[in-house]
Ligand binder design. Structure first.
Ligand SMILES: O=P(O)(O)O[C@@H]1C[C@H](O)[C@@H](CO)O1
Ligand SMILES: O=c1cc[nH]c(=O)[nH]1
Length: 370
């Protein structure tokens, strides 16, 4: 058993003990009876509390980031509190999970999942499900069923061992469904699942229609990290995708006769489509065109070839948990030439099929190896 799992188990035990020791009923009895017998017990609960806190802190310190080399087998979530819950309602997915040792409905339904593909829109994820049916020779012919329609937030389709899930626009909506998907695959007992984002993006010096596989994910401050406010404090985490996934996806990238290029490079994930990406066409803009070009030049110098709104959060959350992940996006505008997305919806639709092709080949090969 990994040291962090051990620490986590101990923390949960200590916490239960501490809760028992501090229960109101016992304190009230102690006060009423003034029993000298209870005195050592009351002293003891402080010790239990401090050990529980120390254990928890050491869990957090030990569990900073799971090394890529350990990314295989079952998932270890980075939250000891989950072990104390007897059920978990994945609210936005509208899926309730009962904590039982027996094979549950969730294991029967999702235990075979090997790949989780996420992307902004419901229609793209539905199309991807239809596309994967062909690639994976899935005999299913009916309309793909949305498995979380009751949540009214996201859509989730299943094709054999692959889930395709919509995540909305940006990190904030994606992070919500990502937390719930990570818990879902954990509870379902999935082995070594791979998370992929299949999206659209703006290119930096790259022609529209190019497929980019992200190397390092930068945030809007041009740092290779993700920052988030937690308990009123700024928490910064690394944001890298594992080389093995990048290499494997690139290996199934476009061939000469596919008619487009697949490249790997750094991606900037911003919290805003307009000002955050240095556009001049938002409702607010307080910089000049020269400032914008200087910023894009800085991006280019950092090896950033595309800009979207999820990469740094996606890389950091998956890296923290230690699950394999990759970001595969098609460029729909070259930001060195302008800000407006001017391609037709038909062209955009055509471009969106390109990551399908690359990811479809990667998934087929991955499943054959399993
Ligand atoms: O997966 P999609 O195409 O939604 O990704 C990009 C990044 C933002 O979510 C959105 C902005 O238009 O498109
Ligand atoms: O420029 C673009 C295009 C798509 N998505 C983005 O976030 N930015």
């Amino acid at each position: 058993m990994e040291p962090c799992t051990l620490l986590c188990r101990h923390y949960v035990r200590f916490r239960k003990l501490a809760q028992f020791a501090t229960s109101t009923r016992r304190r009230r009895i102690g006060r009423v009876l003034h029993s000298p017998l209870l005195f050592p017990f009351q002293k003891w609960h402080h010790v239990v509390h401090s050990v529980a806190n120390k254990t928890f802190r050491s869990f957090i310190e030990n569990y900073t980031v799971r090394p890529f080399s350990k990314m295989s087998g079952s998932i270890e979530l980075a939250n000891p509190h989950l072990e104390t819950m007897c059920s978990d309602f994945l609210y936005h997915l509208n899926i309730n999970v009962e904590n039982s040792q027996e094979p549950t409905e969730i294991k029967n339904k999702f235990g075979d999942v090997k790949v989780i593909c996420c992307g902004g829109t419901v229609s793209r994820m539905r199309q991807l499900a239809l596309y994967l049916r062909k690639v994976l020779d899935d005999p299913e012919t009916g309309e793909p069923v949305d498995l979380c329609s009751g949540g009214h937030r996201y859509a989730m389709f299943k094709v054999g061992p692959v889930l395709t899930v919509s995540h909305g626009v940006g990190s904030s909506t994606f992070s919500v469904v990502l937390h719930e998907l990570l818990k879902l695959v954990k509870y379902a007992g999935c082995e070594d699942p791979v998370f992929l984002r299949i999206g659209t993006c703006g290119g930096v010096g790259v022609p529209p229609g190019t497929v980019v596989v992200t190397k390092n994910a930068f945030n809007g401050f041009l740092r290779n990290e993700h920052e988030i406010a937690i308990l009123g404090k700024r928490v910064v985490r690394p944001a890298q995708f594992p080389d093995s996934v990048i290499k494997d996806v690139i290996a199934y990238g476009s061939k000469e006769d596919d008619g487009f290029k697949t490249i790997s490079g750094n991606t900037m994930g911003t919290d805003c489509f307009y000002e955050g990406q240095g556009r001049l066409d938002g409702a607010i803009c307080e910089y000049t065109e020269a400032d914008k070009m200087e910023f894009l030049k800085k991006c280019f110098d950092l090896g950033i070839v595309n800009i979207e709104m999820e990469a740094s959060m996606f890389a950091s959350v998956t890296q923290k948990i230690g699950v394999k992940a990759g970001d595969v996006c098609v460029t729909i505008v070259n930001r060195l030439n302008g800000d407006q997305v001017e391609i037709t919806m038909e062209k955009k639709h055509e471009f969106e099929q390109r990551p399908f092709l690359v990811v479809g080949r990667y998934i087929k090969n991955l499943l054959q190896k399993c």
